[in-house]
Design a protein around this ligand. Structure first.
Ligand SMILES: Cc1cc2nc3c(=O)[nH]c(=O)nc-3n(C[C@H](O)[C@H](O)[C@H](O)COP(=O)(O)O)c2cc1C
Length: 230
């Protein structure tokens, strides 16, 4: 698989089979992902990998916890700005529409949306999850490093025939995760990453993207468009 195919075939998969992910595969992916770049090469990521009985138990407890309507753990980082402005707010709402239309859920059906959201804490059925942490002393550039690292993992997983779903949802029940992974106090749980083989029977709508000229500006005088791309 070439890099373009890995990038375009990666998506947040929300339906996995229970086929186990062999240890040597995830070892290979994480060993290669260690080559991700980071400012001054400080490699500020801390990952806990979990599968088997411990993950099954964590999922069960987390799903029960959320199902009972227990409050979220207090936030250790701001997930989104409190008032998301344009164009981000429209993009977020378009994503919500895509996601719930695939599940046949009406926008106003809050209960059905909640039920669908609970699948987050079952890792959408995935047999393996990574819990990615960052040291609380780290600043914005190091959080960006962690993002690059996660994307590298997700692309390598495609090369192995695997899919993934990054999930900040896990940070909302971070204390439950901590009971299983016992991270040192200086670590913040950024997100989970569910990993497995896709259940191809699960319906989805591919999320769209903003047109290139909304997010990229070519400064005049730089590379000119070729006759073919004009
Ligand atoms: C840091 C991060 C956190 C995310 N958290 C969640 C989550 O908690 N639950 C979920 O279903 N998707 C989550 N996503 C997936 C995004 O919704 C998804 O990446 C986006 O809609 C684009 O779709 P695609 O990944 O399928 O291309 C997260 C993605 C990122 C990068």
């Amino acid at each position: 698989m070439d890099v373009y195919e890995a990038v375009t075939s990666r998506r947040s998969v929300r339906g996995f089979t229970d086929r186990p992910v062999p240890r040597e595969v995830i070892d290979r992916v994480l060993s290669a992902a260690a080559w991700s770049p980071s400012g001054s090469n400080i490699q500020p990521w801390h990952v806990y990998a979990m599968g088997g009985a411990p993950l099954a138990e964590l999922k069960k407890i987390a799903v029960e916890r959320v199902g009972h309507g227990d409050p979220w753990d207090e936030r250790e980082f701001v997930m989104y700005p409190p008032a998301l402005k344009s164009p981000y707010v429209q993009r977020r709402s378009a994503y919500g529409k895509e996601r719930y239309s695939a599940l046949g859920i009406a926008r106003e059906d809050w209960e059905a949306r909640q039920r669908a959201a609970i699948a987050n804490w079952d890792c959408f059925g995935a047999p393996l999850a990574l819990f990615c942490h960052v040291d609380r002393d780290m600043g914005l550039p190091q959080w960006a490093d962690v993002g690059m690292y996660l994307q590298t993992i997700m692309l390598l997983l495609r090369a192995e025939g695997l899919h993934s779903c990054p999930q900040m949802a896990w940070s909302q029940v971070r204390k439950t995760v901590a009971e299983f992974v016992s991270p040192p106090a200086e670590l913040i749980l950024f997100c989970g990453l569910s990993i497995g083989y896709e259940d191809e029977g699960v319906r989805y709508v591919r999320t769209g993207r903003a047109p290139l000229d909304e997010t990229v500006t070519f400064v005049p005088g730089g590379p000119e468009p070729s006759a073919r791309s004009r």
